[in-house]
Design a protein around this ligand. Structure first.
Ligand SMILES: Nc1ncnc2c1ncn2[C@@H]1O[C@H](COP(=O)(O)OP(=O)(O)O)[C@@H](O)[C@H]1O
Ligand SMILES: [Mg+2]
Length: 419
């Protein structure tokens, strides 16, 4: 942030003194104008710093650093209401670790912060004697002149407060200061709400992924384990009746099942360890293809004809895993020598094609019994995009998967406006 700001609010009267000879009215107007410009500057700086990308922690750090500097405060902090009659300190500057620890959770009915967070409005008190009484030690080594609590608000909800520890009372900083602080509280509220929504969306995406992993584990490994337990039972019975031929037969079957289960587990682990590359879907697929070719010796031709690939992060994950499962199947079942993967788009409509020249299969639309979950999960992922998938295959003719979807996903019409 390089936008220069004017002198700090407290210094305005001195700066404007040079205009005093133009008469008292002109002088007052100049001072007002200078203060208004500075208020706008401060608001601009705060809004800019709150709109930077980053984690909640980075956002609050940036806010406190910028704001402390702009209003020349000795310390500052942000508290959020917890929903059970408390406010929780979530970020601070200029307060000692011990103070932060003692001040972490505070009942709302007991102090200026609590009142500002329940009833709204800016609250001020001279110094921090009241706070010191509540936390059992001084807030600052040398007390400040005025302590200010300002609500942090999103629409008509108060999310918390922010505090300033000032060496000059608010009253001498100009009449705009009050509105400015309220405005800053609203900007902060908006940024916090946005961060909360983003983190909810991320949590949801992770939970859905875990669900899918759970399903895959259940469909592959859990089923194999049940099968092995059964074989073990038959094996013990054969041993009990000294039928060594049958016992050897079951032991061999058990060994094969164990090898398969082990391979399945390895697939699951590598698949879920592979993450979407930060550089996006195309690069992630290129990496996947490169590794696949190296490990299997199958020739893969990958072409990305999209000039821009503007998928949502959730869509990128789904498309990546669909391609990955298709490649796993090609390795496990197709005996193919060549694979072709094409990405292209016409405007918002994207197409992904994955084809191999292998053995092909019977009817790909026929649901597979038991442990075969890969194709079903591919279809589930396609629904999430949302999109359509067509799997074409004939025995001896290779397999062709075509995935079509819109990105970004077409907006779902709002059922009813809230509020
Ligand atoms: N590219 C392919 N070539 C030949 N057969 C395939 C291909 N993809 C899938 N199949 C067949 O479809 C079946 C179901 O695949 P899937 O649901 O992924 O289960 P899994 O891979 O665990 O067997 C496979 O067992 C295989 O017989
Ligand atoms: Mg599979």
């Amino acid at each position: 942030m390089s936008k220069p700001t004017g002198p700090k609010p407290g210094a305005i009267t001195d700066d404007a003194a040079s205009t005093a000879h133009e008469g008292p009215r002109a002088h007052i107007q100049t001072v007002r104008l200078a203060r208004k410009t500075q208020s706008l500057d401060i608001l601009y700086e705060v809004a800019t710093c709150l709109s930077q990308p980053g984690s909640l922690e980075q956002l609050l750090d940036g806010f406190l650093d910028t704001f402390i500097e702009l209003v020349d405060a000795r310390a500052a902090s942000v508290r959020l209401v917890t929903g059970d009659g408390h406010t929780r300190l979530i970020a601070s500057r200029g307060l000692s670790e011990e103070v932060v620890e003692r001040d972490r959770l505070m009942q709302t009915g007991r102090c200026q912060c609590g009142w500002a967070s329940t009833e709204g409005g800016i609250r001020t008190q001279s110094g921090t004697g009241e706070c010191a009484r509540l936390i059992g030690r001084p807030m600052l080594e040398r007390d400040c002149e005025e302590f200010v609590a300002v609500p942090v608000q999103y629409q008509d909800r108060i999310l918390g407060v922010y505090n300033l520890f000032l060496d000059r009372p608010l009253a001498v900083m100009g009449e705009d200061m009050h509105d400015l602080l309220i405005s800053v509280g609203r900007h902060l509220g908006l940024a916090l709400e946005k961060a909360r929504l983003e983190s909810d969306a991320r949590r949801l995406a992770i939970m859905e992924e875990r669900n899918l992993i759970g399903n895959e584990l259940h469909d592959s490994l859990a089923q194999s384990l049940i099968g092995m337990r059964l074989r073990l039972k038959i094996l013990s019975e054969a041993l009990a009746r000294k039928d060594f031929g049958a016992a050897r037969y079951e032991a061999n079957g058990l060994r094969r099942a164990l090898t398969d289960a082990n391979a399945d587990l390895r697939d699951l682990l590598t698949n879920y360890r592979l993450k979407i590359d930060d550089s996006g879907l195309a690069q992630s697929v290129a990496n996947l293809v490169e590794r696949f070719g190296r490990e299997t010796g199958i020739a893969v031709f990958f072409q990305n004809d999209c000039r821009v690939l503007e998928l949502t992060p959730a869509q990128e994950i789904q498309v990546f895993y669909i391609i990955q499962e298709a490649l796993t199947n090609i390795r496990k079942h197709s005996g193919a020598r060549n694979v072709r993967i094409l990405l292209n788009n016409e405007g918002d409509l994207y197409t992904v094609l994955i084809e191999d020249d292998g053995l092909g299969m019977g009817d790909p639309d026929e649901p597979m019994p038991g442990e075969h979950a890969g194709l079903a999960i591919m279809r589930e992922r396609t629904e999430k995009l949302p999109g359509q998938i067509v799997i074409e295959s004939e025995p001896g003719e290779g397999t062709r998967i075509v995935l079509i979807f819109n990105a970004p996903p077409a907006a779902v019409p709002a059922v009813a406006e809230r509020g």
